[in-house]
Design a protein. Structure first.
Length: 256
């Protein structure tokens, strides 16, 4: 029988890197403060209604969820590599579009629709190919490693956004983020490879649930994944409402 080269850890690290890049979603907290300051100061850069401040982020979360449903099917039908590249193209194009106009409609389209869809396609393509390379006893660990990149991104992405905006301004920062995301995700996507049909058949046989207990556990795992996804979306939607308000802080300081 032909020996199959194990690319499991290469694919896993590529998925981790893609999720680290997908953490660009966390930059919204920085962008939001910059936009809000412009609105309140009336400097003319962002002529938005303050009530519409969170609209781009809300649309992004919605598109993120919708894209994951379609991307999961696409990466099975085509391959995870093309799915991730497509996500990188959408996200990069959305961010670069933001550098061209400060209109609310442009931010809803660029940050909300394009970036939301791109993040969904990228996120859905990172984990499945990685866990296919490992036996059932390690799939939980591998999935955790890949998904951890999305959470770890908050460690570096916010300071980076603050530095780029302070150095180059918001418009150029969006252009830099867009180009960098497109390049990084496209390169890492080239390492996403599904296991071959022969290896998949041999390895998947041992992973099929054999007893009623295992079948029930598999169903519970699927339900847990669905609940976790819905809770993540709910957290992201509520995230912007917990950010500190600079104007409120100034008022409290003045009162003291």
């Amino acid at each position: 029988m032909e020996k199959i080269k194990n690319r499991g850890w290469t694919v896993t690290m590529a998925g981790l890197g893609i999720n680290l890049a997908l953490g660009i979603l966390y930059t919204w907290s920085i962008f939001r403060l910059e936009i809000k300051e412009s609105i309140l100061s009336g400097d003319g850069r962002f002529n938005w209604d303050i009530a519409s401040l969170n609209d781009p982020f809300a649309v992004c979360c919605l598109m993120f969820t919708v894209a994951m449903l379609a991307a999961g099917r696409l990466q099975d039908k085509v391959n995870p590599r093309m799915t991730a590249i497509f996500g990188g193209l959408l996200t990069g194009a959305g961010l670069m579009a933001l550098s061209q106009s400060n209109l609310l409609a442009n931010w809803i389209l660029g940050f909300g629709v394009l970036m939301g869809l791109g993040l969904g396609f990228g996120y859905a393509s990172a984990t499945p190919p990685a866990i296919k390379w490992f036996p059932s006893s390690k799939t939980g660990m591998i999935a955790g490693i890949v998904v951890a990149g999305f959470g770890l991104a908050s460690v570096y992405i916010a300071p980076m956004a603050t530095y780029l905006i302070g150095t180059f301004g918001l418009d150029k920062a969006m252009l830099i983020f867009g180009a960098s995301f497109l390049i990084v995700v496209s390169l890492l996507a080239m390492l996403l490879v599904n296991i071959g049909l022969t290896g998949l058949f041999l390895w998947q046989i041992s992973r099929l649930p054999q007893t009623q207990t295992e079948i029930a556990a598999t169903r519970r795992l699927g339900l847990l994944a669905l609940v976790s996804t819905l809770m993540s979306v709910a957290f992201l939607l509520s995230y912007t409402h917990t950010l500190p308000d600079p104007s409120l802080q100034e008022t409290v300081t003045a009162m003291n």
